[in-house]
Design a protein around this ligand. Sequence first.
Ligand code: PLP
Length: 375
Amino acid sequence: MKINLSGPDITQAEIDAVLGVLNTTTLSLGPKLVEFETAFADYVGRRFAVAVNSGTSGLHLSMLALGIGPGDEVITTPFSFIATSNCILMVDAKPVFVDIDPVSLNIDPDKISEKINDKTKAVIPVEVFGNPSGIDKVYELTRQHQIHCVEDSCEALGSVVNGKKVGTLGDISTFAFYPNKQITTGEGGIILTDDEEVAHLCGSLRNQGRDQNSGWLAHARLGYNYRLSDINCALGIVQLKRIEEFVAKRKQVQLWYQEFLGDDDRLILPQEPENCKMSWFVYVVRLQENFTQENRDQLLNHLREHGIGCSNYFSPLHLQPFMVEKFGFKPGDFPITESVSQRTIALPFYNNLTQQQVETAAAALKLGLNKITNA
Ligand SMILES: *Cc1c(COP(=O)(O)O)cnc(C)c1O
């Protein structure tokens, strides 16, 4: 690819920090873990943070820590990354999907109440592509119904909705640090909460069920190895210090796309919603309703032929083969999600993309659109 879809922003400071850990004898469960957790909790404004080896692990432990299990229902969005609903299946609970708002692409807060019943234990909202619009409403709703809110904030580190920071809108909030996220630890995730008992449980569950200060071979409960090494944490500490720089760089890239694509009425461009500060995760444009999924796929091929990294984003969760097999979902169940999914194109998006590269990607997209509309 001439222009990649995504890429991390690593400087000498990150390299030095990682090498610094390698020069010690504590590569795991050491001081960098505590330092990363403390810095992260402070940044978001939560009491407790428990770092884990992926965002998926964080979501899994969130379900366990809240005691969600067989017979329980958890409401979430079908327009997300697979981990959002897989964590529900991991504890043998049932995912109940609610369709999205066609503008924000987040779970529609107005459609949640009708799906709440005696079995409903939690809602998992997602700030899709970094857009936090409506997630404060979802949180409010869970307060009214006295059910849990597990905020899957994995795409929105640094976003703010109505003055509230993403990561504060759940009994538990989780973030992820895969290399395409706003900050990376290589692989990694973190669980945030203000509840001491939940934090304690998550800390034990990520470390083979050991309790703090118990022996290495003493296991209070069934646990996992979901630990995040000090090497990863050292990287995360430096990346987190740079978060405002990252948010600003990504915002600039979005503004360039807006400049180069804003005049093309064949496209729906993502916009920062009112009352929100958006930390952009990816840049996903949509084709207007008169285009088909086939048109979209032709465009993806066209972009790749021109060396432009791109992807569809997302494929509906309820239509993944194992979901269909287990729960009998079918096309038409969540029409807004399905319609949006057929027309998304994620364009190259990362901190150090240049104006020239954005112009090149935008021009290639327009050329592809011309080919299709003139055919
Ligand atoms: C990235 C992401 C996750 C977690 O991904 P991992 O690869 O497990 O770190 C979870 N939910 C959403 C919405 C994500 O985008």
